[in-house]
Design a protein around this ligand. Structure first.
Ligand SMILES: [Zn+2]
Ligand SMILES: [Zn+2]
Length: 362
């Protein structure tokens, strides 16, 4: 614990005596780390939600940029790897997801948990992230392995009767060129999975599966538990750092400036000191908080979709339709009305107890 554990009063004095230049370097490094992590998360979330077009465009520009300096064989290898990553089912993001979780929980278990226990935190608070992790793993497993609602010749006849065609986003007698079946309303062919999915929401790279009528409930619970995990880990870690700063009397600490005056340390100074003492914890906390804020937005978006009985696919298509509607010169402009919205309770029921062919045929 020496040099890393909860700081005593002497530790705070030692911190205050240290110079300022090095801390600033670390802080800049930390800010760059946050900016890069945030950008990567936004790109991956955007890519995982909608069509892969934006990701394909990025890879195209990157290939063009590196073209003059990278050998041809390497370019072909990169293009092939990107093609596999974008257009075929693969476990890259699934493994990345698990690796990030191992890194966060490894740091939590190695440093935050034992230090917080020494500081007198209750065991129930410290164990909450593990309980949420168990719940998340269960729903994650269900999302990865469950049938999202794959349309096959055996269930097609019944699925086609579940939703009515709105005549705008979903047209009657529209045949999937791959599956050779008439597309039921609200279904979509997933290029990555190679099948049509009933009430298609999106293809999620994090679970390497489509999200559709039959597994959207698992996906929502997966999001809730994931959000809970980041909130629990973040709260315990922030509480631990605040406690350490208070025990070290850091808010009351003074430092001598270049004019030889004693000046009270500010919040930024305390963060810098904590960062120098617990760099791994701060990196983990930065990543956890970024994930938390992105997950808040993403979960809120999905709750909005549940409440209005829309899929991500419909919301995205509707957005394009709206843009078209505002353009008076567009020959295809039509006003889209959400026919599937039947009130909050019914909408939620539809998610929790999806309309399956068996239920419909009763
Ligand atoms: Zn299809
Ligand atoms: Zn899919």
């Amino acid at each position: 614990m020496e040099g890393r554990g909860p700081a005593s009063g002497s530790a705070s004095r030692r911190w205050v005596r240290q110079g300022g230049g090095k801390e600033m370097d670390f802080l800049i490094l930390f800010l760059i780390y946050l900016a890069v992590s945030f950008s990567c998360m936004v790109i991956v979330i955007k890519f995982s939600r909608q069509s892969q077009e934006c990701f394909a465009r990025i890879s195209h520009h990157v290939t063009r940029m590196i073209g003059p300096v990278v050998p041809r064989w390497l370019q072909i290898a990169v293009q092939y790897a990107l093609y596999r990553l974008i257009h075929q089912r693969n476990s890259f993001f699934l493994v990345l997801h698990l690796m990030l979780e191992v890194a966060v929980y490894g740091e939590y278990s190695w440093d935050v948990f034992p230090y917080s226990l020494e500081l007198g935190f209750t065991l129930s608070i410290l164990l909450l992230p593990y309980i949420l992790l168990l719940g998340k793993m269960y729903f994650f497993y269900l999302c990865c392995t469950s049938d999202p609602g794959i349309i096959s010749p055996s269930n097609h006849k019944q699925l086609v009767k579940v939703y009515t065609y709105d005549g705008i986003l979903y047209q009657r007698a529209c045949v999937c060129s791959t599956c050779k079946l008439v597309k039921p309303a609200r279904s979509k062919h997933c290029r990555v999975c190679g099948c049509c999915v009933h009430r298609f929401d999106h293809h999620c790279v994090w679970v390497n599966n489509c999200i559709g009528a039959l597994n959207i409930r698992y996906f929502l619970f997966y999001l809730f538990t994931l959000l809970g995990m980041t909130a629990a880990v973040g709260t315990v870690t922030v509480r631990f750092l605040v406690q350490v700063a208070l025990m070290s009397n850091l808010p009351q600490a003074m430092y001598v400036n270049t004019k030889g005056e004693h000046v009270p340390v500010g919040v930024l100074f305390i963060v810098q000191k904590l960062f120098l003492t617990f760099p791994r914890i701060l990196f983990m906390l930065g990543f956890t908080l970024l994930s938390f804020f992105l997950l808040v937005g993403y979960t809120a978006f999905h709750l909005f979709l549940v409440m209005t009985n829309q899929t991500s696919n419909e919301w995205y298509k509707h957005k394009i339709n709206c843009r078209c509607h505002m353009d008076n010169s567009c020959p295809d402009r039509q006003i889209w009305r959400n026919l599937y919205h039947r009130g909050l309770v019914t909408n939620m029921k539809e998610i929790i107890c999806p309309v399956t062919p068996q239920k419909r045929s009763r």
